[in-house]
Design a protein around this ligand. Structure first.
Ligand code: SAM
Ligand code: DTB
Ligand code: SF4
Length: 345
């Protein structure tokens, strides 16, 4: 039966999904996953921090805020050549999407012009391009679209009723406005949030409710588990029960059946069994490569081995309909991993 895309979720309806017995929730999520995707295929994105640290915002989770003493060294925008080199390595290692992140509240027009050149260069390598640069004006979104950008990542990050506990320097509505500008420019959205920030289950449900009730379900939904960085206000937050994290993935899969759900930040702190449960719950994307923006991610070799043990293959390109083509074989990525090892040597 085709999945119905709903945009009218109430908080209680989401909570009712969270409250299902774990086996029943996993069964339903796995069924919906199979109806919409090949569950052996996992979309593979590589992240690069193109402008690091020194951010004026106060996001309580973020090591790149200039307000917290986290040891992250600020770095100006990378050069076009540096980005091309990293994107080429990511492609050789088997990534299909390259995501460029910048620690800006909102970029200046001259920044967007420079990022637009990077986007065109990434596209010329045959990769999907994603960028996350903070709040965008409608014109800036248009500039990125014309440069060939496929996805813009801008997270809601939390439920509206928890947001003020985490960020005070911009409003929830600012985020919704940027997402609107991005959609109006014809870009696909990548939009998710962070769990494990000390929110209640009700507030986790509220994050998913806000994501699914957007005018269009995001093409990609990154579910980040808080990476606790010393110096940030959220360092020392009580750890989220791993099964509650898996439930969050499963409920996201049920509510946004055609979206790619990314098991995003926090994988370096997860064991392989937990990651496997997340794939069973309907996660079908990861960040791939040793680093996220400033924090660690599993080694390429470890991810290669995990894919092989679980019989997972990288998804090539996500089609508009939500169906996928995967013709990248494990062998390709194994050869590519060797390339990366020889580059690093
Ligand atoms: N500055 C831009 C912005 O905030 O929109 C783009 C970069 S920002 C680092 C992108 C996303 O990274 C945030 O929205 C948040 O979801 C995620 N993030 C940042 N720090 C994190 C952490 N410690 N753990 C998990 N996710 C984190
Ligand atoms: C997203 O949702 N997670 C990524 C990406 N979008 C830009 C970022 C994770 C950052 C984790 C902390 C760090 O490495 O600095
Ligand atoms: Fe700045 Fe983005 Fe980090 Fe917030 S999440 S402090 S806006 S880099």
């Amino acid at each position: 039966m085709p999945s119905v895309l709903r945009h009218d979720w109430s908080r209680d309806q989401v909570l009712a999904l969270f409250a299902l017995p774990f086996p029943e929730l996993m069964h339903r999520a796995g069924t919906v996953h199979r109806e919409n995707f090949d569950p052996s295929q996992v979309q593979v994105s590589t992240l690069l921090s193109i402008k690091t640290g020194g951010c004026p915002e106060d996001c309580a989770y973020c090591p790149q805020s200039a307000r917290y003493n986290t040891g992250v060294k600020a770095h100006k925008l990378l050069s076009l050549d540096e980005v091309i080199e990293k994107a080429s390595q990511a492609k050789a290692a088997g990534a299909s999407r390259f995501c460029m992140g910048a620690a800006w509240r909102s970029p200046k027009d001259k920044d967007v012009a420079q990022v637009a050149e990077m986007v065109s260069a990434v596209k010329a390598l045959g990769l999907e391009a994603c960028a996350t640069l903070g709040m965008l004006s409608p014109d800036q979104a248009g500039t990125l679209k014309r440069a060939g950008l496929d996805y813009y990542n801008h997270n809601l990050d939390s439920a509206p009723d928890f947001y003020g506990d985490v960020i005070k320097t911009r409003e929830y509505q600012d985020r919704l406005d940027t997402l609107e500008h991005v959609r109006n420019a014809g870009l696909k959205t990548c939009c998710g949030g962070i769990v494990g920030m000390g929110e209640t289950r009700d507030q986790r449900a509220g994050l998913l409710q806000s994501l699914a009730n957007l005018p269009e379900h995001p093409g990609s939904v990154p579910i980040n588990r808080l990476v606790q960085v010393e110096g940030t206000p959220l360092h020392g937050t009580a750890l989220l029960d791993p099964f509650e994290f898996v439930r969050t993935i499963a409920v996201a899969r049920l509510m946004m059946p055609k979206s790619v759900v990314r098991l995003s930040a926090g994988r370096a702190e997860m064991n392989e069994e937990l990651q496997a449960l997340c794939f069973l719950a309907g996660a079908n994307s990861i960040f791939y490569g040793e680093k996220l923006l400033t924090t660690g991610n599993p080694d390429v070799e470890a991810d290669q081995a995990l894919f092989e043990r679980l019989g997972l293959v990288p998804m090539q390109v996500v089609q508009e309909s939500g169906t996928v083509h995967a013709d990248v074989l494990q062998a390709t990525t194994e050869v590519a991993a060797n390339d990366v090892r020889s580059c690093a040597a």
